[in-house]
Ligand binder design. Sequence first.
Ligand code: XUL
Ligand code: CO
Length: 441
Amino acid sequence: MNKSFFETSKISYEGPKSKSPLAFKYYNPEEIVDGKKMSEHLRFSVAFWHTFNYGGSDPFGTDTMMRPWSKVSNPMDLALAKIDALFEFCEKLNVEYFCFHDRDIAPEESTLRETNKNLDIVVDHIKDHMKTSRVKVLWVTANMFSNPRYVHGAATSPNADVFAYAAAQVKKALEIAREVGAQNYVFWGGREGYDTLLNTDMEFELENMARFLHMAVDYAKEIGFDGQFLLEPKPKEPTKHQYDFDAASAIAFLQRYDLSDHFKLNIEANHATLAGHTFQHELMYARINDKLGSIDANQGDLLLGWDVDRFPTNLYEATLAMHEVIKNGGLHKGGLNFDAKVRRASFKTEDLFVVHVAGMDTFAAGWKIAHKIIKDGLVDKIVSDRYASYQYGIGKEIVSGKASFKTLEEYIIDKSEILNDSGMQEYLESLINQYLLNYDD
Ligand code: XUL
Ligand code: CO
């Protein structure tokens, strides 16, 4: 437990003049804004799977990354070593949270009973670390997409034995979530969708997905797990069509199956763009429906049509995303989880620190710019002025419910001219540029 895995020293804040790849320029975790530390506003999290399990392979080539723990050959020793490395990494990076799938942290055996025994050993090890560390668990999830048994889905599999296996797996994952004090529990429906409707009873699959989620809610209540449940929308990949396609379809599903009170959403940037939306659109849609729970902070590459999980460095996108987070009153139990991986060519172990620093600085700067935009109120005023006609006269009657088709016809039928105003889009875009360049004024 005392062995060090990383030569990199603790990352500190050096300010915007620093050019060091291993120092924060914009993220000062201790800085207080609006009565809260920046670390509390942003609640960064390391994704265990990308940071400790990814070795750099892609469909065309093998691993490129030699990690300090790569030489440990016994699977359980390796699992425990990675937990040690995780706590050292988070502490050096000044990140307070991490997220994991059950199968990320312990090897799978031929029966669930045996697999669960491995999990128990690793979870005990996590709890030991937590006794002396301030690192906590943002969310836990179950991997119900990698093992071949999930070839047709988990809760939406046509095979009832698979449904049962998935249920038992989530039961255990919820027990783990309670054990480690996870603040949230995530369902990403990796294979909960279809490849062809020719072999799919969509209605039955959706009903089964709802039955499954109700069982999860009931079991969480039974064992006293009080974390927030989250659905993570994604339109496709690995399936052709995933049922939780985007925020709008996930929210409609929750409402239709009476799950709305129990779930919020975990919005991922690259999933938003795969669905043909901007990141901000998905965050705003979730927010206005009181469903913005947490964020998987990454970015896609708009020239590529698949999920690339890049570390986020696009300041413009980050600013608009943080605008939604601030308007949401923060992320509450949620956080900013870097569901992102280093590029295959960024194979040095130190790169793991460099990319997280880049992502954290991007969101910290974006948060501050968004904070200034909201505090100045100029953008908000332009938006509210645009709808000013609903504050008096006929507009007020529409909003208050006094108007009907008949009264509206009476009002408009003899009006020969309607006056519209400019949408001001280009001015607003240049105004955002001004904030991006002068956020510290
Ligand atoms: C896959 C994805 C997952 C979920 C957790 O695209 O985002 O890693 O975040 O299963
Ligand atoms: Co994700």
